[in-house]
Design a protein around this ligand. Sequence first.
Ligand code: AP5
Length: 224
Amino acid sequence: MSADLKINIVFLGAPGAGKGTQAANVAQELDLVHIATGDLFRQAQSQDTELARKAKYYMEKGQLVPDEITIKMVLERIGESGCSNGVIFDGFPRNLNQAEALDNALADQGKTVNKVVYIKVAEQELLKRLTGRWICRKCQAPYHEVNSPPKVEGICEKCGGELYQRADDKEETIKERLQVYFNETAALIDYYSREGKLLEIDGEGKVAEVSERITASLKEEFVR
Ligand code: AP5
């Protein structure tokens, strides 16, 4: 696939579906900026700001951070240099209000959401993935203690950072996050499907197999 495509792609799916894992691969392959709202909120926690405190409060409960905070953060980020070639949005939008805000902001720049990669995974598998996940404190790369362990225990292969388990990956909080996903985010499947933008991908199987399905599907859309 050509790396000079100017496209905006949304990665959609339940918590643990593999959005972060797959979005990072596609962003690298297509030389697009990868914007993951969860990562931005977690990175903000290293400073004692109002945004960090508010985000922490909602994330620990497994609930969505209020739209006025999230939308402002994303719109500021896409206004920064480097984003003009295109962006992979991972974990944003998460409800219809956010989707409309993104559509309007992109339209103001003469752009649009070109495609939405919807990664579909059964609920039982999501639980296994999240309870076994470790992420890098420095670069946020995800690992799994069984499916994709790091070469050296506790150390990120990409940057040497320390691996830790997210506070919201406790079973009780995962259940709340799944509930929020079904109540608020799943509506976006219909929203983007009606616009003819949805690419539904089977997210089960090995990471590399899912990557191949996504790449093949995007190639079909963008390579003539
Ligand atoms: P966020 O960080 O976005 O979490 P999430 O959407 O719940 O998604 P996850 O990061 O849990 O999963 P993922 O799909 O990226 O899976 P991953 O690739 O890591 O959001 C956290 C919180 O921030 C929210 O609850 C909310 O409070 C707030 N927030 C974020 N965005 C917001 C927004 N727009 N509005 C309001 N609030 C917002 O993979 C999971 C695990 O599975 C890993 O261990 C991985 O190694 C493994 N794995 C991946 N693929 C496979 C595979 N094919 N086979 C086996 N294992 C696999």
